[in-house]
Design a protein around this ligand. Structure first.
Ligand code: KG4
Ligand code: ZN
Length: 344
């Protein structure tokens, strides 16, 4: 039996959760600051860290209260060490290190993207080898998992992350922040009538979304100049269709090339209904490959995903010492079990 307390504070959410054994959550609390940042059309790092300082103790108290446990009872404390915003990461890490030191608990420093990936363990076991399409506000990557905590990034974004493209398109169309969920909803109501360029449709597993984003922005700008009315739902559908097509095509090609047993989605954009549906249809056509999706509650940033990754690390004895510092730009492949062991 194990009890893990996990903290996630890499961006604009202060989240904590308590995980018992493999997948029984005793509590999960997310203090979102989205309303504050929405006033500025994006996350303001300085405001994010100040808000984290204000709420860190309250979130901890509430998380333990809901779980009906005291800090004494936990077996390990897990925390996102990076990547993310410097100030935001510091608050979560200092809280975790204080608990680790004061209560003599092992510390587990978790890579934020490993957390998103292991959110797939929420309901069902991940099996290997598997391929995960990581799509969030800061990342668009295809990650091959050869074994537990053995990551190989086979493709990445050359410019904007897909969530970033969604949010920038949302801003230009005057939609509420963040644009992703709003565009997803609008896309289900419109028609694909606008002709947009297919982004980086090559033999690699890399992505590029800035050209597509600029094409949407230019189309909107030119229409405004001519006094034409753009149908925003139709533009959302046209944009989302192109995004989904490229994400699904590259993922399926990778799944076949690497002979994986499972395909997974991870990150905030994995909450996209159009993407979930399209990936399900495409994976169903493959022989002996199953699709694993994180539950909607575990797609955008939360601490349950950090706890699920930490449980895997706990079993593999991948602990950190108290000298652990934040890693705002840390590479996912460096977090592989073999790398951590080799590096001591
Ligand atoms: O993983 P996440 O919470 O934070 C990062 O680590 O970046 O992802 C946030 C991103 C935002 O860009 C947001 O617009 C996008 O996920 N997002 C969506 C949807 N829900 C959230 N994008 C498209 N469709 C959605 N339903
Ligand atoms: Zn995230």
């Amino acid at each position: 039996m194990s009890l893990i307390l996990a903290i996630e504070s890499s961006c604009d959410e202060m989240a904590m959760a308590v995980l018992k054994d493999k997948r029984e959550f005793l509590s999960s609390v997310v203090a979102s600051q989205i309303d504050v940042h929405a006033l500025y059309g994006g996350v303001v790092p300085e405001i994010a860290s100040r808000k984290h300082v204000e709420c860190v103790s309250l979130v901890l108290k509430e998380t333990l209260k809901q779980a009906k446990i005291s800090v004494d009872e936990i077996d390990a404390i897990a925390v996102t060490k990076g990547p993310g915003l410097v100030g935001s990461l510091h608050i979560g890490l200092q809280a975790a290190k204080t608990i680790a030191m004061a209560y003599h608990k092992p510390l587990i420093g978790v890579h934020h993207i490993a957390g998103h990936i292991y959110a797939n363990n929420y309901e069902q076991d991940m099996i290997y080898p598997s391929l995960c399409l990581v799509v969030s506000g800061g990342h668009s990557e295809l990650v091959l998992l050869k074994a537990p905590f053995e990551f190989e990034v086979i493709g990445t974004t050359l410019d904007d992350a897909v969530g970033e493209a969604y949010d920038k398109v949302g801003r230009v169309l005057n939609l509420p922040y963040p644009g992703g969920p709003v565009i997803d909803k609008m896309a289900s109501m419109g028609n694909h009538i606008y002709d947009l360029p297919i982004p980086l449709d090559d033999d690699s597993y890399n992505f590029s979304f800035s050209g597509l984003k600029s094409a949407v922005i230019n189309l909107n700008h030119k229409a405004n100049q001519r006094g034409e009315i753009i149908n925003k739902d139709d533009l959302a559908t046209s944009f989302q269709d192109v995004v989904i097509e490229i994400l699904v095509n590259k993922t399926i090609r990778g799944a076949k090339a690497y002979g994986v047993k499972q395909v997974m989605l991870a990150g905030g954009v994995s909450a996209n209904r159009g993407l979930r549906k399209a990936m399900e249809i495409a994976v169903n056509k493959l022989d002996e490959v199953e699709l694993l999706l994180p539950p909607m509650s575990c797609c955008t940033d939360n601490a349950m995903m950090i706890a699920l990754a930490a449980k895997e690390m706990y079993d593999l004895k991948m602990f950190s010492d108290l000298s652990l510092g934040i890693k705002p730009n840390i590479d996912l492949e460096n977090e592989s079990f073999s790398e951590v062991n080799r590096n001591g």
